[in-house]
Each structure stands twice: as structure tokens, then as C-alpha cells.
Design a protein around this ligand. Structure first.
Ligand SMILES: Cc1cc2nc3c(=O)[nH]c(=O)nc-3n(C[C@H](O)[C@H](O)[C@H](O)COP(=O)(O)OP(=O)(O)OC[C@H]3O[C@@H](n4cnc5c(N)ncnc54)[C@H](O)[C@@H]3O)c2cc1C
Length: 473
């Protein structure tokens, strides 16, 4: 079967939904959404766990005010609780740790680092890693506690450590969503989603505003395997007999999926585009959910484990029984921990039972041997999932502005969207939302008059060429 449409949206996550809404608003109703899963929402996914529902992916509205995600939250009455990052305790192998002084020292250094980054941007100075930025701001972790504090404030947000992360774009990313310039007064805050309908609810509702029930334009359970493209249009091959021919495509697959070559492009994407795709990072952020017969941990929202040797090892714990969250019960009390980068990959390669034993070992180190054994465990595996290949993107040191422009740029009739393509809000839901909107606008310009001028860099040069370097002349 061959289906014909004007615009085919590949992927039904937040950016795909946003693109569909924008096309509709612009009068382009001849579009289709192709999605491999059995529902829309992408990385906004929740699942049954221990008589409740937990969020496998996104969990916070990050940046409030006029952030479109916050606007949808208000519109559709999503249940949330205020997030308080300072509501935290630290434990090491000897129990509770006094962390206040080091925690405040880090906070002050972090503020200095942000100021320094903004100054560098104003001066037009090159990017440096966040590790260098922290060091210049007077922070160097000397103890396991320092490392745990740094992990809590940095890696747990960006999904990667300060060594690999860009200072300038990281600070811009933070300023954009929280800094009040863009989302207005009161934007500096996070809300933790605790809605049984899931975070996805607001995005599904947003989709329902432009889609009919069982809309034939939405093909679920349809995996794209190959995208053929030329100057006449695109042909989408799927895992089934269905082929879709369109004038334009919007590819919203994660940068991890593009890097992993899960989908074949024919002809292959040009080198400048590949350079843009590979220069970006897809981080993995794995939440390990554990259920217990009773709560033995603190009432604080967060608990950090300070491992004596391994930075970030089963470190960041979250309490779903925190005041204003879920009520304490006799059967379901959820404590969950996040691992990132190498520990996330390691956990993905272990069985659930092995992960549970590791987690229990850490918990016994923190709370002693008398704590009960977890009755249930849930381990999402974002990195090995061929539909995601990670959790969200992070701007690495070495990625230039031009690389990112290339990552975003269309190739002929193939347009791209998705969180990673947002220079300002990469990693966040709002990044996905904005890029879907923007890409749809560009395609409508093509349909209605003339395509916008494409900005991309066939070659990206050093500020100083080899010719100028005497040693290589
Ligand atoms: C664990 C985790 C925690 C996060 N926490 C937060 C948070 O608290 N706050 C926040 O703002 N953001 C958070 N994020 C990031 C946020 O979820 C993403 O930025 C956003 O959902 C990305 O939307 P997208 O449309 O760009 O991509 P996606 O949601 O990945 O959409 C792409 C779609 O393409 C589909 N697809 C992939 N391959 C194929 C194929 N071959 N054929 C057909 N379909 C395919 C996928 O199934 C998916 O539905 C988190 C993400 C994760 C995973």
C-alpha cells in the first residue's frame, strides 16, 4: 500500500505533535504522523508500578511562566508538586553527613561560573568545558562529599559530567528556561509531575486539539526503516508493506537514533550534516524504581548517597512519599535512584535482579542492615532502546555553533525537529515543542511561497587556519 500526503511527520513525540498543531494552524491539514510506538508522546511515558504510575521519562516542568509546557500544564490541570532542590540530605557509609558548608560553597561557585560564562559570551571568547569553568570559579572537588554535591547539581541535570559539557551553552540553556527573560516573571522554578494520567496527558490533549479520534493521518505501530529523498519529494519505507510518499518530511527522531543509524537515509546524509549529528551528545539518565513495604528513608524530596570511591554511583535518590507527593502506604512506598553515563550503560546490561542487589547494597550502607528488601523493581533502558538511544541531548565541549546549525539544517526536502535541535532549550520538553513549531513554519513557507534560505556550513573552519600556523606551513 502506498499512501500520499504533503507533509509526513516522522515520530509522534512532543516535537511531532507541535509540528502537527502548527501545520493545522497554518491551514495545512494534509499531513501524516508515523510513530513506531502504540501511542503518541515519545519520551513522555508513564507505566504501572507498585499500584501506581511512574514516569519513565520526563518528570519535571522545567522553567515556569510562559514556558509552553507550563501553559499546557495549567490548561489541562496536570497534577504537580513544587520541587525543592534544597530539600535534600546526604548519607555516606557512616550515615548522615553534614553537608551545608560544602553545599553552599558549591552554590556560590556555580553562580560565579555562570557569571563568568556570560562574560565570556559577551567578549566573544571560545567555549570551555564546565569543568574548566568551575575551576576558574574557584571550585575543585576535594572529597567524596564535594563530588556528590557536584553530581547532584550538575550531572543530574545535564545527564553528563562537567568534563564533557559545554560551559557557554550549558549556562545559556539554564538562563533561557529559568532566567525570566524568555518565560517572564516566576519562570525560575520546577514542578514535579505526579499525575496518574502521566506527563504525556497534556501532550496527548494538545494533539487531540488538531487530530480526530482514530485519525487516519496517524499511523501508530509503524516503524520507519528507510527514508529515500530527492528534489521531488520523500519516500518513507516502514517495517510493514506501507510506503508513504510525501512532498516534505519532518524527521523528529532523537539525535541518538540518528547517530546510531537505526534508520537508513538514501542517499546518505551529506558529511556536513553527519558532522553536526555526531558532534552532539545523547546522554542517558536512568531512573531505577524500587518499591518497599514501608518508608525507612527521610521525608526530604531528595537523598544523596556519597560513595567513598565512585562518583555518581547510585547517588541521587527521590522520595515519592515526600510531603505533598504520594501518601505513605503499607504496600507501595517508592524510592528511586538515577544513574547517568557509564553507570547507566552498566545498569542497562545487568538483569533487574542484579540491579536490585546493587541498589540494596547501597541502601544498606546508608541505612543499615535492618531495612526491608525491595518488593518490586523497574529499570527503564533508554540507551539500548532503538527508538531513543538515550534520554536527552547535552551540548558537549567542541560542538561549535555552526555544528549545531548543521544539525538543525534541512537536507533538500528533509526537515528536522526534536529537542536536540533547540540551541536554547536542548534537552527540555520546551526545546522539542519550539523546534516542531519552527520547522512546520519553514515547511509552510515552502508550500505557500518560497522556502526560507537554508543556513548551513559545508565546512567549518578554525578561527586560526593551519596556513597561519607556522609549524604546519
Ligand atoms: C529519563 C528522562 C528524563 C527526562 N526528564 C525531563 C524533564 O524532567 N523535563 C523536561 O523538560 N524534559 C525531560 N526529558 C527530555 C524530554 O522528555 C524530551 O526533550 C522530549 O520528550 C523529546 O521530544 P522529541 O519530540 O524531541 O523526541 P521523542 O519524544 O524521542 O520523539 C521522537 C519519536 O520518534 C519515534 N521513533 C523513533 N524511531 C522511530 C522509527 N524508526 N520509526 C517510527 N518512529 C520512531 C519515537 O518512538 C518517539 O515517539 C527527559 C527525558 C528522559 C528520557
Amino acid at each position: 500500500e502506498t499512501l500520499h500526503t504533503k507533509v509526513v511527520i516522522l515520530g509522534g513525540g512532543v516535537s511531532g505533535i507541535s509540528a502537527a498543531r502548527n501545520l493545522t494552524a497554518g491551514g495545512v491539514n494534509d499531513f501524516m504522523i508515523i510513530e513506531a510506538r502504540d501511542e503518541l508522546g515519545g519520551r513522555a511515558q508513564n507505566i504501572d508500578f507498585a499500584d501506581t504510575k511512574v514516569e519513565l521519562g520526563c518528570n519535571w516542568v522545567q522553567g515556569l511562566g510562559t514556558n509552553p509546557v507550563n501553559v499546557l500544564r495549567e490548561k489541562y490541570g496536570l497534577k504537580t508538586a513544587p520541587n525543592n532542590g534544597d530539600d535534600v540530605v546526604f548519607y555516606d557509609e557512616n550515615g548522615l553527613v553534614n553537608f551545608t558548608e560544602a553545599y553552599n560553597t558549591f552554590g556560590e561557585a556555580y553562580d560565579r561560573m555562570s557569571e563568568l560564562a556570560l562574560k565570556r559570551l559577551q567578549n566573544g571568547q571560545v567555549d570551555i568545558s564546565s569543568r574548566v569553568g568551575l575551576d576558574l570559579a574557584g571550585w575543585y572537588p576535594m572529597t567524596p562529599l564535594d563530588e556528590a554535591i557536584e553530581y547532584y547539581n550538575f550531572d543530574w541535570e545535564y545527564g553528563e559530567n562537567p568534563e564533557v559539557s559545554s560551559l557557554l551553552y550549558g549556562v545559556l540553556n539554564d538562563e533561557y528556561s529559568y532566567g525570566e527573560k524568555i518565560f517572564g516573571e516566576g519562570s525560575d522554578g520546577d514542578l514535579f509531575v505526579l499525575d496518574e494520567r502521566g506527563f504525556k496527558h497534556i501532550f496527548l490533549e494538545a494533539a487531540n486539539e488538531v487530530l480526530k479520534k482514530n485519525d487516519p493521518r496517524v499511523l501508530l505501530n509503524t516503524k520507519v526503516t528507510k527514508i529515500a529523498h530527492d528534489d521531488q519529494g520523500v519516500t518513507i519505507h516502514t517495517g510493514t508493506d506501507t510506503i508513504i510518499k510525501a512532498e516534505y518530511a519532518i524527521v523528529t527522531f532523537s539525535v541518538g537514533v540518528l547517530q546510531h543509524r537505526d534508520v537508513q537515509f538514501s542517499p546518505r546524509l551529506p558529511d556536513w550534516k553527519m558532522e553536526g549529528i555526531y558532534a552532539f551528545n545523547m546522554a542517558t539518565y536512568t531512573k531505577i524504581f524500587l518499591n518497599f513495604p514501608h518508608q525507612f528513608w527521610d521525608d526530604t524530596q531528595y537523598t544523596m548517597y556519597v560513595d567513598p570511591d565512585k562518583r555518581g554511583y547510585f547517588a541521587a535518590w527521590q522520595n515519592l512519599n515526600a510531603p505533598g507527593f504520594l501518601p505513605k502506604k503499607t504496600s507501595n512506598n517508592i524510592f528511586f535512584v538515577t544513574v547517568t553515563q557509564d553507570y547507566a550503560y552498566q545498569v542497562e546490561s545487568m538483569s533487574d535482579e542484579e540491579v536490585k542487589q546493587e541498589a540494596m547494597k547501597v541502601l544498606r550502607t546508608m541505612y543499615g542492615d535492618d531495612i526491608p528488601e525491595a518488593t518490586d523493581i523497574l529499570v527503564p533502558r533508554w540507551h539500548s532502546n532503538p527508538l531513543f538511544r538515550g534520554s536527552y541531548s547535552n551540548w558537549p565541549i567542541g560542538e561549535l555553533d555552526q555544528h549545531h546549525t548543521n544539525l538543525k539544517a534541512p537536507v533538500g526536502r528533509l526537515y528536522f525537529a526534536g529537542e536536540a535541535l533547540s540551541k536554547e532549550a536542548y534537552g527540555f520538553l520546551q526545546g522539542a515543542w519550539f523546534t516542531g513549531e519552527e520547522t512546520a513554519t519553514h515547511i509552510m513557507q515552502c508550500i505557500n511561497s518560497k522556502c526560507p534560505k537554508i543556513e548551513y556550513y559545508p565546512m567549518i573552519y578554525n578561527t586560526k587556519t593551519f596556513k597561519e600556523r607556522k609549524d604546519f606551513a
